[in-house]
Design a protein around this ligand. Structure first.
Ligand SMILES: [Zn+2]
Length: 295
């Protein structure tokens, strides 16, 4: 049995799976917004599972941000009370065992590669398009972290060949760089571009609704969205050439993407034929927590 824990900013979700990936139990608690509280919460989940089911073989945790290569401290986490803390060491002391810790986008990608939409393929690129944008590279069911631990972080590469209009209507990225993919293909990026161009104040659901009612502005916004996605992913295809690209996160629920992205991607990659497929995730919201268990 394996425990997977998805440490989010507002809730911490945990599952217990067997060797075949069958879910045996699931628990969810509120994430305490302080460091000691977060550690205590994780410990209580592990203790509860083991009291009910017996000792487990491994504990894996997916979290936002990364562990600094130099200092082993958390960095870039939007759960800011974790930043600068030695979370791996502290959790290992509390749980009295080694644990696996990984960025949440890598956990999503791993989950889809092991027994999700990418299970038949050796090279899987998993993409999160939600509030933020992240990605993970999985080769033969293993996370390819990279020496800087930023392997797959395509959210902060610039959108290729930006037009003047696209430059004009994009926001500066919180990371300090400009033109980042995240500012175009995250949920907030998509809506903010639409509202800026059309002088509106709609949310993403209202824009999708508008598309179904054939509002030209919304149809155009979705066309542009798929085009932005295709341009960004073409870089991944040219460099990594994955078998499959699996999309997750809130924006991945838009069916329009899958009806158009594969044709659009073909226009931008350096190959007359494109065998890479862009597909929707299989595990839905459970990708992060399942991937953590497979670490
Ligand atoms: Zn950025």
């Amino acid at each position: 049995m394996k425990i997977g824990i998805d440490l989010g900013g507002t809730k911490t979700e945990a599952i217990l799976i067997d060797h075949n990936g069958k879910e045996l139990s699931r628990k969810r608690i509120k994430t305490e917004k302080n460091y000691q509280g977060t550690l205590n919460g994780i410990k209580s989940l592990v203790v509860e599972f083991e009291n009910e089911f017996g000792l487990v073989e491994s504990v894996g945790i997916g979290m936002p941000g990364a562990i600094s290569v130099d200092s082993s401290l958390v960095k870039n986490a939007n759960s800011i009370w974790l930043n600068g803390k030695p979370i791996k060491k502290d959790l290992e002391n509390r749980l009295d065992r080694e644990i696996n810790l990984e960025n949440d986008a890598n956990c999503f990608a791993l989950s889809e590669a092991v027994d999700g939409a990418g299970k038949k393929y050796p090279v899987v690129f998993g993409v999160i398009i939600g509030t933020g944008v992240g990605g993970g590279i999985i080769v033969n069911k293993k996370v390819l972290q990279g020496i800087n631990k930023i392997g797959g972080e395509w959210g902060h590469i610039p959108l290729p060949n930006r037009t003047d209009l696209e430059k004009q209507h994009s926001n500066k990225c919180y990371c300090g760089l400009s033109g980042c993919m995240e500012t175009y293909v995250s949920g907030p990026g998509f809506t903010s571009i639409f509202n800026s161009i059309n002088n509106e104040n709609l949310d993403s659901h209202q824009i999708i609704e508008g598309y179904h009612k054939k509002d030209n502005r919304c149809v155009e916004a979705l066309d542009n969205y798929v085009d932005h996605l295709a341009r960004g992913l073409s870089l991944i295809v040219n460099i990594l050439d994955p078998d499959v690209i699996v999309l997750g996160g809130g924006m991945s629920n838009i069916d329009y993407i899958y009806e158009n992205i594969n044709n659009q991607l073909q226009n931008y990659v350096f190959s007359y034929t494109l065998r890479t497929k862009v597909v929707k995730n299989f595990h839905g919201d459970s990708g992060g927590v399942r991937g953590a268990a497979w670490l």
